[in-house]
Design a protein around this ligand. Structure first.
Ligand code: F6R
Length: 245
């Protein structure tokens, strides 16, 4: 695992955008794994900037989201399908239908088939070339909360109290408005991506980053599975890296 410490999110975003620009130049139909939350926002801004400058096209690329809340109305602004549209996809030239999200709005009877179909869609697209990731303060990646199977695939999960508290800021500070469940790619799904790129800023992530880089691989700190990935890059600011030895 490669750990890179940068002064701030602008520098981190520029490095990730360089990597994506190189990938798309070599493989215009590359498959991008897209994260939501605050961590990748500066990357999306930089990609939009480079797209507007004529440097990057997503016309043949595909995107797959990591996760989606369960139980939000389709038009809810914090539904991740809507977030990625607003923050990124609508500002570049993805083809219609090229960005997909896990099935957050199907009945529980239909869910297992819908999750299997999402896994199949990723595989049929050729697998994820570059997966963007944030990390939860409890060590989750996507919404694989502590205790998640290290081999898990796309499925429904219950969000921890900690994650709901952390994400209440997107719901006007009201934890009761944060959904209790999500559909998330599993750790096994994420590990199939060819390159993992995780971004973390701020001291609130320092313990999770310490565990990710220096802890034992354990389902209690789900991100630690990345230690077994052959090509994982972790980009940090000083605060997120402050607990590293
Ligand atoms: C979002 C996701 C989550 C976030 C994590 C960190 O799609 O999968 O794992 O990456 O909760 O969120 P931020 O970046 O908001 O601190």
């Amino acid at each position: 695992m490669e750990v890179v410490i940068q002064p701030g999110s602008a520098e981190m975003a520029s490095l990730v955008a360089d990597e994506i620009e190189r990938l798309l130049a070599a493989k215009p139909d590359a498959v991008l794994g897209l994260a939501t939350g605050s961590s990748p926002l500066a990357v999306y801004e930089e990609l939009i900037r480079r797209h507007r400058a004529g440097r990057i096209s997503f016309a043949r690329a595909r995107g797959f989201l990591l996760d989606e809340y369960v139980g939000l109305p389709a038009e809810h602004p914090e539904g991740y399908r809507n977030v990625i549209e607003r923050e990124f996809a609508a500002h570049v030239d993805f083809a219609d239908g090229a960005v997909q999200a896990p099935p957050g709005a199907v009945s529980s009877a239909e869910l297992p088939d819908a999750c299997a179909a999402y896994e199949r869609a990723i595989a049929e697209a050729g697998g994820v070339d570059l997966q963007l990731l944030g990390i939860g303060s409890d060590g989750h990646i996507a919404f694989n909360e502590p205790g998640s199977s290290l081999a898990s695939r796309t499925r429904i999960k219950t969000l921890t109290e900690q994650t709901r508290q952390d994400n209440a800021r997107f719901f006007g500070g009201d934890i009761d408005s944060v959904p209790r469940h999500c559909v998330t790619q599993g750790l096994g799904t994420i590990m199939d991506a060819r390159h993992l790129v995780l971004l973390a800023t701020g001291s609130g992530k320092a313990e999770a980053i310490h565990q990710l880089v220096e802890g034992a691989v354990s389902a209690m700190w789900p991100a630690t599975i990345m230690q077994h990935h052959p090509h994982a890059t972790v980009l940090l600011d000083e605060a997120a890296g402050s607990r590293l030895q």
